[in-house]
Design a protein. Structure first.
Ligand SMILES: [Zn+2]
Lengths: 272, 649
């Protein structure tokens, strides 16, 4: 799982990171167009192209029929019925390529959210980092020691929440940082990546130890020790600004990828 | 993966942003000049800093510590500015807004009363429930939105400027809620309620069993049952006007105390923040559900972790209207408050942000109150900076509350602390002075000054002792509000509000007995004689300087809401806290042992305001209504005939 995540991470970081210093939209546009092309390719390979174009032609014919014989109620009704069944047929033909597309798209979205869903910690703002132990905390359990990289200030002692087994600290970045926090208890150490300052980059909000969790939180390799379930930094949620509008990256992504798939469908000889 | 929310809780307001961007784009496509008629004076600029409660005596004592104000006085001019009768802020600022005296604008006191029922209400504005509603089961669906009723009469001066093509920004003008004036940039100030619809209700949570719980003036104390490490606190939102029984909405703030260290993690909605003992949080945004998740309103608040052990003590500010999603109209255009918040961060939107009530009720110490005060001052400074930076032409009016609110708690006893507030204000004056040039005038003004408030007068008890007010049983004196034991058939006068005295008139008040004409005249004469002769039982000092009869002192004949007489106390006297809501305690005059030690609701000659200007002031005896008249004249806009002011320059 770690290798798989790391591959996806490298891919997403590589493409989205292009021009990220100048504007996050550059990388986002690029990956959206590539996704559009990818969807076209998968669609072309996995759908019954002939059936799709036949069904589409028939649907157009039914529409024409309705317009031409608009005053003959029985003809219109029968055309309407054919139109509806044709529609279902069309949707049915879409099912197969959709099935092929779902899993890779989902994985891509998860990792894209790692890049665009949150911003690194803003300089001089308070943030919370939380360690979730596997199970409750014992009343006299020692607090793990937190070590921060230069530029990150640990502002409070760890707050132990006994019932949920969490320990939380307040931290503040004093300047741009790209490093890791270390949590030490006895001889055992855990680390968690941390980033502060501009620009957009691949962020791991939560580092997890579980295999299934790692599917959803693929920003870092899994924690090797199972005494800790996860370690989390609450990065601020982000929106991608463009032309004076700030929108969630997902909106830009869908608009651009759909648009590019539509515009390039002829070039790839794909009908949908 | 899409569940990550930001630390400060700022969620994207996608649609609003999109709309704003679209509007901006449209504006670019339109020809630039689409306003009304344009005067020749558009390049001219006037900045007015309205500094509530800035006192001329205090300035005279501290010129050497206030370099900017001192330079403004030396290079420009400085005069005392006559205040209104009575010198209360809503009354005085209404004169600045309208160029009328209180008889004309109809705001006479913080508290007015219904002439028939004698029920008190806030004079500045009140929210009225929607007038048409549909009831389904437990739900009450408003068919027209709840509205805010404004009691002030007279026209504000700035719409006249805007109509003449002079841009105007009116930031935090008191008694301007909801803000008026199409085409103006305007943010409401004093009189803007919090999410409870009050002038500010703090909450103080404690597990100290010795602390009395319940509602107190300006707040509420909540007694927590002892808890181990974690507990849930209820942050009260607005009443749910969608429900028949109108319960208060609430949000849950979870407290997790570390078992040893004095540090707490708070969880609110899907966010967490951590405070050590003695620390303030930043602004927190919270949603209160009204109809399930379908309709909710947003509010903002801050918390102060006063103590973790041995007793847990948490102060929560009043829940303010969220400027980025205001539940009530607080700015003009509506997007202006969002623009400000985007530029300077979230800010107090309630009218008077300095929490004097929390200090009075012991929820904050003087030190903690000063911390809170300085954070308000910080927000004010950021807002002023933003407005100064974008100010190109026309009028910028900017109101500052800090001097007044702090002087109430510091006057005469904590001079250094008050001077610190004056110094910070002086710096803001300096930032505005940097803009002064041949085209730009700066006016710094206040609505009134300050005096000591050492002794509190139970005016209704004075009326009782002098035979103008009668109780059902003479033993029934006490703090009971709303004249509970007053026998109206044997009462000729009563006091409600801070300076207002009313004759119990036949045909006006319910069960009134004093007939119009000669009988009223006689009663007024008798009151004047008795009240001016009244002496402090402790040391025989005169308590009341003068009585002002509304019909005589105002140019416009006042309305039925106006008091018949305004009481001008002599310092260090003022009416007691029990008087404004109709209490009749046992004693006539008592020591003021509250934290509120300075005041200005007395005879106006003792508490004039200040007028500083970058240009020489021609008027010998300037007064508040002169300010709006001057502004109109300077921009070449005709002055309405009913305005009583004269040009300053
Ligand atoms: Zn005041």
């Amino acid at each position: 799982m770690d290798i798989f995540n790391s591959l996806l991470r490298t891919l997403v970081s590589g493409i989205c990171g292009l021009g990220a210093d100048a504007h996050p939209m550059i990388g986002l546009t690029l990956i959206s167009i590539l996704t559009g092309i990818g969807m076209l390719w998968v669609f072309g390979k996995t759908s019954d192209q002939e059936a799709v174009s036949r069904t589409k032609k028939r649907l157009q014919a039914y529409l024409l029929e309705m317009r031409l014989f608009g005053d003959d109620i029985s003809l219109v009704l029968s055309a309407q019925k054919k139109l509806i069944t044709g529609n279902f047929r069309y949707l049915g033909l879409m099912m197969r390529p959709m099935l092929f597309l779902t899993v890779p798209l989902l994985l891509l979205l998860i990792h894209l959210d790692g890049f665009y869903g949150a911003r690194p910690l803003p300089i001089d703002e308070r943030a919370v980092v939380t360690l979730q132990a596997a199970g409750r905390l014992e009343a006299n359990a020692p607090v793990p020691e937190l070590l921060a990289p230069a530029g990150v200030h640990i502002e409070t002692a760890g707050v132990r929440v006994m019932e949920t087994g969490q320990v939380s600290w307040r931290i503040r970045a004093e300047r741009p940082v790209e490093g890791s926090l270390t949590f030490r208890q006895g001889d055992t150490e855990w680390t968690k990546s941390i980033a502060a300052g501009e620009p957009f980059r691949y962020l791991s909000i939560r580092r997890v130890s579980g295999l299934w969790d790692a599917l959803w939180h693929g920003g870092e390799d899994r924690l090797s020790e199972d005494q800790v379930e996860w370690i989390e930094i609450r990065y601020p949620a982000a929106e991608v600004p463009f032309a004076g509008i700030e929108l969630h990256w997902l909106v830009w992504f869908f608009v651009i990828s759909m648009l590019s798939a539509y515009l390039l469908r002829g070039r790839f000889g794909v009908t949908f | 993966m899409l569940d990550q929310k930001d630390v400060s809780g700022q969620k994207g307001r996608v649609i609003e942003r999109f709309a704003a961007a679209a509007a901006g784009l449209c504006a670019l496509l339109l020809p630039i000049n689409c306003g009304g008629p344009v005067t020749n004076d558009v390049g001219k600029r006037i900045i007015v800093l309205g500094i509530d409660g800035m006192d001329p005596k205090f300035l005279e004592r501290h010129w050497d510590q206030l370099p900017n104000l001192d330079r403004l006085r030396r290079e420009g001019d400085f005069k005392p500015l006559a205040t209104t009768i009575p010198p209360q802020s809503p009354v005085a600022w209404s004169s600045v807004i309208t160029g009328l005296d209180p008889g004309g604008h109809g705001i006479h006191d913080f508290i007015h009363r219904d002439p028939y029922t004698r029920r008190p209400f806030m004079s500045m504005a009140e929210t009225a429930a929607a007038d048409r509603t549909l009831e389904i089961a437990d739900w009450v669906i408003p068919l027209s939105s709840a509205e805010v009723v404004r009691h002030r009469r007279g026209e504000p001066f700035w719409p006249l400027l805007t109509a003449a093509g002079v841009p105007a920004s009116i930031v935090r003008m008191p008694a301007n809620f909801p803000p008026m004036g199409e085409g103006t940039r305007s943010l409401s100030g004093m009189g803007t309620p919090d999410m409870h619809g009050t002038q500010g209700t703090f909450t103080f949570f404690t597990d100290d069993p010795g602390r009395e719980a319940g509602a107190v003036s300006g707040g509420r104390i909540v007694q927590l049952s002892a808890f181990h490490h974690s507990t849930e606190l209820e942050i009260e939102g607005p009443v749910n006007s969608f429900r028949k029984e109108q319960p208060a909405t609430s949000a849950v703030l979870t407290v997790n105390c570390d078992p040893e260290e004095p540090v707490v993690r708070f969880d609110l909605e899907d966010r967490s923040f951590i405070l050590e003992e003695g620390e303030w949080s930043g602004w927190l945004r919270v949603n209160f559900p009204l109809i399930g998740p379908l309709q909710s309103v947003s509010g903002i608040f801050r918390v102060f972790l006063r103590q973790v052990r041995p007793r847990f003590e948490l102060y929560v500010t009043p829940v303010n209207i969220d400027p980025t999603s205001p539940a009530l109209p607080i700015s003009m255009p509506p997007s202006y408050s969002t623009e400000l918040a985007d530029a300077i961060g979230l800010f107090y939107t309630q009218g008077m942000a300095e929490d004097t009530s929390a200090l009075r009720k012991g929820a904050l110490s003087l030190d903690e109150f000063l911390q809170q005060s300085h954070s308000v001052l910080d927000e004010t400074r950021r807002m002023l900076r933003y407005e100064l930076a974008r100010f190109e032409s026309g009028l910028l009016f900017f109101y500052i509350s800090s001097v007044d609110q702090n002087a109430h708690m510091l006057w005469g006893r904590y001079d250094d602390e008050l001077l610190e507030i004056y110094r910070e204000t002086d710096k803001m004056v300096g930032e505005a002075m940097a803009l002064i040039d041949g085209e730009t005038t700066l006016i710094v003004m206040s609505d009134h000054g300050f005096e000591r408030f050492d002794r509190a007068v139970h005016l209704n008890t004075v009326l009782l002792r002098t035979g103008f007010l009668t109780l059902d049983d003479p033993r029934n004196t006490g703090d009971a509000e709303l004249f509970q034991h007053v026998d109206w058939s044997r009462t000729r006068a009563y006091s409600m509000g801070i300076n207002s005295l009313y004759i119990n008139r036949l045909g006006r008040e319910e069960g009134g007995i004093v007939a119009e004409g000669e009988e009223t005249e006689q009663t007024i004469a008798a009151l004047r004689e008795a009240l001016l002769a009244f002496r402090d039982p402790d040391d025989g000092a005169q308590v009341i300087e003068e009585l002002y009869v509304s019909e005589d002192v105002f140019e416009t004949l006042p309305t039925e809401f106006a008091p018949d007489i305004i009481v001008g106390y002599r310092p260090p006297y003022r009416s007691s806290w029990q008087t404004p809501l109709g209490g009749v305690p046992g004693k006539t005059v008592v020591d003021n042992d509250e934290a509120w030690i300075g005041d200005h609701c007395i005879a106006p000659q003792y508490v004039p305001g200040v007028l500083l200007s970058s240009r020489a002031i021609a008027l010998e005896d300037p007064g508040l209504p002169d300010v709006p008249v001057t502004l109109l004249k300077e921009f070449g806009v005709p002055v309405p005939e009913d305005m009583i002011g004269r040009p300053l320059f």
